[in-house]
Structure formats: C-alpha cells, structure tokens
Write a protein that binds this ligand. Structure first.
Ligand code: ZN
Length: 342
C-alpha cells in the first residue's frame, strides 16, 4: 500500500510518500481502508519529535480518520467487513478503572493511533476493534474524518466540564483551530453568547460566520481588556483554551467570578506565570481536558449527520501532497481542518 513514512524527525521534508507492506488483522484487530485522514497539530509535533509520545521510527503518522472495514481478525465481536467507521485516536483497554467508569478517554492502558500505533496517513490502517466508532448512514467520510477529534474534544470541554448553557458567555481562544471552530458551534448550539479570539482578522471574520457574537484579535488588542469591555466588566463564565502562554494568562484575568477555564493545549507556551490569588478570590476552576469518551464521539457524529454541527474543512489534498499539508499546519495557515485522501 501507499503510505506516509517518517524515518527521522524534522521538518516537512521528512514526510515520505512511499510503498510499504499492507497490514493484516491480528486477534481483536481490524483493517480499515482509509477514505479520509484528518490532519492535526499533534502530527506536526510527532514529526518534529517533540510530541512527548514514545514514538519508534520508522513511523506512519495520522491520528484521525474514517473509512471502511475490509478485514477483521479473530475474536472481533461486533465489527464486520463493510462497516463504515470513524477511528478513535485512543484504543481503550475497556478493563481499567477509568474505562469501567465511563472515562475511557483517560484509559491507563490505551494505545494511540498515529503515535504508539501506525496511523491514518496510509491506504489502510490496522487498529483495535475498541477504536471503531460506527458512522451514521448519511455522514460522509470527509466530514467524519474532520469531526471526530475536534468536535469530540470541544464537546468534552464545553459540555462535560463547562456545562455550557443559555445565558452563559464563553470565550473561545484560537477560533481558527479545529477545536476552536468546533467550540464556537457547540457553545452556540447550547445558547451561549460567544466571544472568539484569534491572531488574525481573517480568522476572526470566519469565526463570525460560524456564529461568534464578538471577535477579538489577541495579537493587536489586549485580550483581557477587550473581553472585559465586551462583557460590561463582568468577564466570561467559561473559557475554551488551547493556546497557552500569554493568551492563557490574559484569559485568567477576564474570567468571571465562579467561572471556569478548560484547557486542552498550550503550543504558545506550556509554562506560565499565574496569579493564584485570582483563582481563589474569584472562585475560578482551572480544568484540564483530553479527547472525549466513546459515547460523546457517537453523539457528535450524530449531530454532524443531522447538520446541527458542521466541520469546517479548509482543504482536501491527495495523500501524496502530505508535505503541503505539513506546511499549512506548521505555518498555521489554515482555518478548520485539512483532510488527506489516500
Ligand atoms: Zn482502560
């Protein structure tokens, strides 16, 4: 099969489109023919060798994808050839305390697609049955490949942790990112007032089209001051944060009393200087979040199929143009999701 292989860490020129052996399914495993692979910033970090995941080279990247099951191994219980599926980044063990209490996104023994396992930048991927999430009939593969990580992650942040509801004001940072575009839609769907922030006016204009009520450029304006002005000095009830660094510090300044910051990323600065006094005097909750549960994934697929949520697809490229996708990701020169098609 044709796949993208990394033999050494580095820039986009380390992404090699080449022929490799097609995988076969072992016990409990399935082979999925990839119809669309979602490109994520983690793919960039994995290629650069800065992901924090233990990767062994050579490696096939790609942490998100959708396709058709073409082979199942022994002991596969439910999935069958011909099933249309999304593939979860995390293969949960379904046995640990976290899995057994419905928190499979926090599985202690999980395997990670495109990280500890070979990923979706290929014609076929081998995965565990526990990763397969059935797609609703009318959900196409591109939308599925663009939905699952971003809408799933944003749903877990805004709904599970943030308890978003009508009457709340929500600040969504990195409004042009996959999680940002998803969070704007999810929080609007729940009736919240949404303030979107990003580093370019072009992205902010698009955020407005997605439903953001107010937009702020955090490169040209002081984020905290602009949010306080937009909220009549009250601040926001919930922050969906994935930037880190100065943006996170400023977000803390403009969170309302009793508000919450939910964070899932920190590419702009993983270590920050924080005024803890603000946390306790304003009763702010600071919550980390990662991925989503399987039930949440199934739910967002259903909402996308019903057109209640719409993934923003920046562009779709053939798999051989993987370096172009890598450049767009590296330079943050995109709005929404990039899809690779093998
Ligand atoms: Zn587990």
């Amino acid at each position: 099969m044709r796949a993208v292989v990394i033999n050494e860490y580095g820039d986009v020129d380390k992404l090699n489109f080449q022929e490799i052996e097609t995988p076969t399914a072992g016990p409990g495993e399935a082979i999925v023919k990839i119809k669309g692979a979602g490109v994520n910033h983690l793919d960039h970090d994995i290629r650069e060798g800065i992901s924090g995941f233990p990767i062994s080279l050579p490696h096939v990247p790609g942490i998100e994808g959708a396709g058709e099951v073409v082979e199942v191994g022994k002991n596969v219980k439910i999935s069958k050839v011909g099933d249309r599926v999304g593939i979860s980044l995390l293969a949960p063990c379904n046995c640990c305390n976290m899995c057994r209490s419905g928190k499979d996104n926090l599985c202690y023994n999980g395997h990670f697609l495109g990280a500890s396992m070979w990923g979706t930048y290929a014609e076929y991927v081998k995965c565990y049955e526990s990763q397969l999430v059935p797609l609703p009939e009318n959900l196409d593969y591109d939308k599925a490949a663009a939905s699952h990580l971003c809408f799933g992650t944003a749903w877990h942040m805004a709904v599970h942790y943030g308890d978003v509801k009508a009457g709340m004001t929500v600040l969504v940072n990195a409004a042009g990112s996959g999680v940002g575009t998803s969070a704007i839609q999810i929080t609007k769907l729940h009736g919240a007032t949404v303030i979107a922030s990003a580093g370019s006016n072009d992205k902010l204009e698009k955020a407005r089209h997605l439903g953001a009520d107010t937009v702020i450029n955090y490169n040209s304006d002081d984020l905290a001051e602009a949010v306080m002005e937009a909220t009549g000095g009250m601040g926001v009830d919930l922050v969906i944060e994935s930037v880190g660094g100065k943006v996170l510090v400023k977000s803390l300044e403009c969170t309302a009393k009793g508000g919450m910051i939910v964070t899932c990323g920190a590419h702009a600065g993983e270590e920050i200087k924080m005024d803890v006094i603000q946390l306790f005097r304003k009763n702010i909750r600071f919550q980390g979040s990662v991925l989503s549960t399987r039930l949440e994934m199934e739910h967002v697929f259903k909402l996308v199929a019903e057109n209640k949520l719409n993934p923003t697809i920046h562009t779709k490229l053939p798999l051989e143009d993987v370096r172009k996708a890598g450049e767009l990701t590296r330079d943050r020169n995109f709005f929404g999701k990039i899809i690779l098609e093998p």
